[in-house]
Design a protein around this ligand. Structure first.
Ligand code: FES
Ligand code: FES
Length: 213
């Protein structure tokens, strides 16, 4: 019997799906599944939430493993000075504008007032206190003394950390390199000419050493 054309038993109307709709929909489903999976993985591997109470923080400072309890908002500069009594690192502006607070973080210079202490977790911090080896000053420290490169001394630890990093990284540094290295350091006493002289002298003398990192 020929199929009837009458509308007494209409077929349910289905939405028309183009190839584009089909693949877009399939892609969206796959994307949703991937997002759900990655969100679950991210949640599983996310670091524990810190604060508001102090939490334990472990890092290496001048070659020594240190664990302290600190508030999550503590900066590295505050941790060094207020928690550990390491006042060689100075706080001038406390907002990344003067470089007085410069330390090394895994061998690279960093403004410790702009670094959260918890961001230094598990890393190696070198401060001005860790630059000398016992009584033997770092060549840059010695050259600062010999070239009278400090007056009040407030900016000096930060300057020394940046100049020592330069000399260790580039023992053949030029005057331009030194100027670049201390370009973010503010010295109200105007010691720049002697800082340049001292750093070049340390480099010339083969200023590469260590740092108790
Ligand atoms: S105290 Fe950190 S940049 Fe001034
Ligand atoms: S020596 Fe005084 S601020 Fe630089």
């Amino acid at each position: 019997m020929a199929p009837s054309d009458d509308d007494s038993n209409p077929k349910p109307s289905l939405p028309r799906l183009s190839r584009r709709d089909f693949f877009t929909g399939a892609g969206a489903s796959a994307l949703t599944a991937t997002l759900v999976q990655s969100t679950a993985q991210a949640a599983a591997s996310a670091p524990p939430v810190l604060g508001p109470d102090p939490s334990a923080l472990s890092l290496t400072i001048n070659g020594r493993a240190v664990t302290v309890q600190a508030d999550p908002g503590t900066t590295l500069a505050e941790l060094l000075r207020n928690h550990l009594g390491m006042t060689g690192t100075k706080i001038g502006c406390d907002r990344g504008a003067c470089s007085a607070c410069t330390v090394w973080l895994d061998g690279e210079v960093a403004a410790s007032c702009m670094t959260l202490a918890f961001d230094a977790r598990g890393r190696k911090v070198t401060t001005i206190e860790g630059l000398a080896r016992g009584d033997e000053l770092h060549p840059v420290q010695r050259a600062f003394v010999e070239n009278d490169a400090l007056q009040c001394g407030f900016c000096t630890p930060g300057m020394v950390m940046s100049c020592a990093a330069l000399v260790e990284r580039n023992p053949k540094c030029t005057l331009e390199d030194v100027k670049q290295a201390v370009s973010g350091h503010l010295c109200r006493c105007g010691t720049y000419p002697n800082v340049f002289k001292a750093t070049l002298a340390a480099a010339k003398a083969g200023g590469k050493t260590k740092g108790n990192s």
